[in-house]
Design a protein around this ligand. Structure first.
Ligand SMILES: [Zn+2]
Ligand SMILES: [Zn+2]
Length: 257
């Protein structure tokens, strides 16, 4: 295996597995409990993330996808236990409502900054479809053995988008709701108003120690959620968050509605 994946430890039982070779700079996370490993998202599908997981742990793996977009479910076919929120489940079973050719174009849209693993072949690239083993709902608790993770339904970027809250460690895994890049709420399947409500909801969580996003910079200051909330509030007050109004620039992030 080449070094497509970058593995970093957040603490002794929490890992981030990053794909810095791709312009999306995707992060997946592995949380180890006493009985299970919890893998949050499975990467872009350019390399096989399971080979990385197998080197870290022998624990049985439960995968939770923050939402069913191609860049988060890349290696999903390598895993048996898959959990997804009830409102994104149809995309997992029936496939995403965008043509495969368009997805492939996004995969190779920009040159890779690192050499892709030799098994990668864009011609053979496909997006996983299948039936999940567990359907998630808001506030579900996932117990991986002396470690409990809470599901927080945060729709807007996708109908079934979730954040995951590790209350004991006070880590918030924010998926595509919060990161230092362009926040997307312009596709037909997105909802800028729900996005704003979701940002408000996670803003109410107190004492977050680490905000762990699915893309780009892993160093996110504690006031970043406040800044995103303020930005949405400004757009809400100015144009009612109307889809199609464009891409708005703020400090360290943009909102595309
Ligand atoms: Zn997404
Ligand atoms: Zn994403």
């Amino acid at each position: 295996m080449n070094d497509w994946f970058t593995i970093e430890k957040i603490d002794d039982s929490t890992y981030v597995i990053s794909e810095y070779g791709h312009w999306e700079q995707m992060h997946s996370f592995l949380l180890l409990g006493k009985t299970h490993g919890l893998l949050i998202d499975t990467g872009l599908g350019i390399g096989n993330i399971k080979t990385v997981i197998d080197k870290i742990t022998d624990l049985p793996i439960l995968v939770i996808v923050t939402h069913v977009h191609w860049d988060h479910i890349g290696s999903l076919r390598e895993f048996e236990n898959i959990a997804v929120h009830e409102l994104d489940v149809n995309w997992l079973i029936k496939g995403l409502p965008i043509p495969l050719a368009m997805i492939k174009k996004s995969v190779v849209e920009k040159n890779f900054y690192k050499e892709a693993p030799k098994e990668f072949d864009i011609e053979a690239y496909s997006v996983y479809t299948g039936v999940p083993t567990r359907i998630l709902q808001d506030n579900d608790i996932i117990d991986i053995g002396f470690r409990k993770i809470q599901v927080i339904h945060t729709p807007g970027h996708s109908p079934g988008h979730i954040c995951l809250w590790d209350e004991e460690r006070r880590y918030l895994f924010t998926g595509d709701l919060i990161y230092k890049g362009t926040l997307y709420a312009f596709y037909p399947s997105t909802d800028p108003h729900q996005f704003y409500e979701s940002v408000k909801r996670i803003h109410d969580i107190s004492n977050i120690r680490r905000i762990l996003p699915s893309h780009f910079d892993l160093n996110i200051e504690s006031d970043f959620i406040q800044n995103v909330k303020d930005a949405f509030e400004l757009l809400y007050n100015n144009n009612g968050l109307k889809q199609g109004s464009g891409c708005f620039e703020f400090k360290d992030f943009r909102i595309h509605i």
